[in-house]
Design a protein around this ligand. Structure first.
Ligand SMILES: [Zn+2]
Length: 445
């Protein structure tokens, strides 16, 4: 009893996070809560989504109550993005459309978009988790949040917006684009928090520099950057040029949107909010669960989603999970920074390469600006990689061949692929206004 009292006292004396009552919950209690919510969510999916009911029956469940432990989850089937497309637009929803508060959709680059829905309670939970994420990254009540995530069907803009509002932080809902004006607003309004894709944050930094504005002298102190994979090198670059602490935030619309996981100030992985989601890592080829700490595909089950419960959703993101307690005091599992999406992995002459690995070599390389394009072509039977990079303005065209040789050498020695490198003059490569397109794949399909 004494030990319990001491623990309780210790927990109360240091406030952990925005929602300390759950963010520092001991693992056994967290898992008890997860099981309770998983069972309720499974009943809901069973009762309201015939597709789930049929698949659960096929997996050997006579009734949803047959799931008795978190380990039983491994008996259940996966859900993939195509399942959402196959039931376009609302076929997997567990609530009728008139009970929804909002829908979002992903940009469908191929075929139909994937549509996701939220009840008022779902939106409220999302606002809570996004507020929790903002707080974990260092934002506080009263901080002005400059929100340069795109507003619209994309979940980034409204997700960050509602989270800031829930935190009590005034939002500047600027969305993406009109970058000169963004710089003016950041300076004039005294924004303390910047939300954007990492590539767009860099575009803002660059435009500020061209205007002669030093963002390091602005009030910005905290950045939440996500919606595309980025490297530690890109983090250092953004922090140096804007003068803030850059946190990685993770989410996907199929699960909720931004705020599924976020880095805390310890920056040793992103806390995945386990009171609302169950995280697993599987072998992407066999589908088998992997032991903790091993890298594989992240699979997420929603525990509280009403409109669109998701069972074992395969994210295609490759990562590792860490359940050891974090220095910050939070007990929720950490998702080690996502290196890339399985779909983004390039196989270049037998070598597996993520664009973010190429970025890590390029960004911060002497003479090279942090803007690049990877071009893939096929010559005969062989894949050929070309890299288009930009020189920094201080370098003359005479220096370009030397810079190209230097980049090619480091790509070869650090990643193991041979690339044709073209160094181009400053401003040649198109700047991101939202999610950056880093790869042009010209190989025949
Ligand atoms: Zn932490």
């Amino acid at each position: 009893m004494v030990a319990v009292a001491q623990v309780t006292q210790a927990r109360q004396s240091t406030r952990v996070g925005l929602h300390p009552e759950v963010e520092a919950l001991p693992r056994e209690e967290l898992e008890r809560l997860q099981l309770q919510r998983l069972q309720a969510s499974l009943c809901d999916a069973w009762d309201h989504v015939p597709w789930h009911r049929e698949r659960l029956r096929n997996a050997g469940l006579a009734q949803p109550q047959d799931l008795r432990s978190l380990a039983d989850l491994q008996r259940l089937p996966f859900t993939v993005k195509n399942d959402l497309r196959d039931h376009y637009p609302f076929g997997l929803f567990a609530r009728p459309i008139e009970q929804l508060a909002r829908v979002h959709a992903s940009s469908g680059t191929t075929g139909k978009p994937t549509v996701v829905g939220y009840t008022a309670q779902d939106l409220s939970n999302w606002a809570d988790l996004m507020a929790r994420s903002l707080y974990a990254a260092g934002a506080r009540r009263g901080d002005i949040v400059h929100n340069a995530y795109g507003y619209g069907l994309f979940t980034g803009g409204l997700g960050a917006h509602d989270g800031a509002t829930r935190l009590g932080a005034p939002v500047v809902p600027v969305s993406g684009g009109a970058t000169e004006r963004q710089v003016t607003l950041i300076m004039d309004f005294g924004a303390r928090v910047l939300c954007a894709t990492p590539s767009y944050a860099l575009a803002i930094a660059e435009v500020a520099e061209q205007q002669g504005v030093d963002l390091r002298k602005s009030a910005l102190r905290v950045g939440l950057f996500g919606a595309e994979p980025w490297s530690e090198a890109m983090r250092r670059e953004i922090e140096a040029r804007i003068g803030l602490r850059a946190a990685d935030i993770y989410g996907l619309s199929e699960i909720m949107g931004p705020g599924v996981a976020c880095e805390c100030e310890a920056r040793n992985g992103l806390h995945g909010w386990e009171d609302h989601f169950l995280f697993e890592v599987i072998d992407p080829d066999s589908g088998a669960a992997l032991p903790e700490g091993q890298a594989g595909e992240l699979v997420i089950t929603t525990l509280t989603k009403e409109a669109l419960p998701m069972l074992r959703y395969r994210t295609r993101d490759i990562t590792r999970l860490e359940r050891a307690p974090c220095a910050c005091g939070r007990t929720h599992a950490r998702i080690l920074r996502v290196t890339g999406r399985n779909d983004d992995m390039l196989i270049i002459r037998g070598v597996n390469v993520y664009p973010s690995q190429i970025e890590a070599v390029l960004v911060g390389r002497p003479g090279i600006a942090p803007h690049y394009q990877i071009v893939l072509e096929r010559h005969g039977a062989l894949d050929q990689v070309s890299l288009e990079v930009e020189a920094l303005p201080a370098f003359a065209a005479d220096d370009y061949p030397r810079l190209a040789t230097d980049v090619a050498h480091h790509i070869k020695s650090l990643i193991g692929i041979s690339a044709d490198v073209s160094v181009m003059s400053p401003g040649t490569i198109a700047r991101s206004q939202g999610k950056a397109v880093r790869v042009r794949d010209l190989r025949p399909k």
